[in-house]
Design a protein around this ligand. Structure first.
Ligand code: SIN
Ligand code: FE2
Length: 217
């Protein structure tokens, strides 16, 4: 059991199956690793700052985003895609920190997906009221590779649905250190995040960070 520096509450790691191919690894990241991850996020964001991207339909996303790794996920009026350059600073995305890749591989293996080697890490920052509507991650080439999604900071309500947008999603609270992995038959499951509630977290302040690891190419 690891004590939590921030809340004083202890959380035991545990694993929960959401559906075949989808697992929630609670408290997979302990507070020491969370602190190291946040420091690495800050370093990445110095090179490629957070920005609110535009959807193809012209809406400003409420979640602020950046990327690291060989490819970064972007959206603008031209559509959703991966590209090796950060369009904001007009340089390649920062390299993926080795502790990011190691965590992604460890979490994927724990969920039954050995050998996951992500080439893309999307960094999402939610401030209160920011949300992500139900969507599928489907801009990647190799659908045999899972998605690994790490939560840091303020808690959020995660929606995990089925293969159709209209399938009623399960709702679960994700806390700092929780990791969700989905792949195989669940790879194209619809998922999203409810509007973030107001709060303050010792690790991140008034926000939640999410790292989404993917094999893009
Ligand atoms: C995403 O689907 O890109 C983000 C999910 C999350 O923030 O947990
Ligand atoms: Fe997603």
């Amino acid at each position: 059991m690891t004590g939590d520096l921030f809340t004083g509450l202890a959380r035991d790691p545990s694993m929960e199956t959401l559906t075949e191919g989808a697992l929630l690894l609670r408290a997979f990241v302990d507070e020491d690793e969370a602190i190291r991850l946040m420091a690495a996020i800050d370093t990445v964001l110095e090179a490629s700052p957070l920005r609110h991207m535009q959807t193809p339909g012209g809406f400003r996303m409420s979640v602020a985003m950046s990327n690291c790794g060989r490819y970064g996920w972007v959206t603008d009026r031209r559509g959703y895609r991966y590209q090796s350059r950060d369009p904001l600073v007009e340089r390649d995305w920062p390299a993926m920190p080795s502790l990011f890749a190691a965590l992604a591989g460890r979490a994927a293996a724990a969920a039954g997906f050995a050998g996951f080697d992500p080439d893309a890490c999307l960094i999402n920052r939610y401030e209160p009221a920011a949300r992500m509507s139900l969507h599928q991650d489907k801009n990647e080439l190799d659908m045999t590779q899972p998605i690994v999604s790490v939560s840091l900071g303020l808690p959020a309500t995660f929606l995990f649905g089925g293969m159709a947008r209209t399938d009623k999603p399960q709702r679960m609270r994700l806390e700092s250190g929780d990791v969700v992995v989905w792949g195989g038959p669940a790879r194209l499951a619809f998922h999203g995040i409810d509007p973030l509630r107001e709060g303050e977290h010792a690790l991140t302040g008034r926000c939640r960070y999410n790292l989404t690891f993917r094999r893009a190419r």
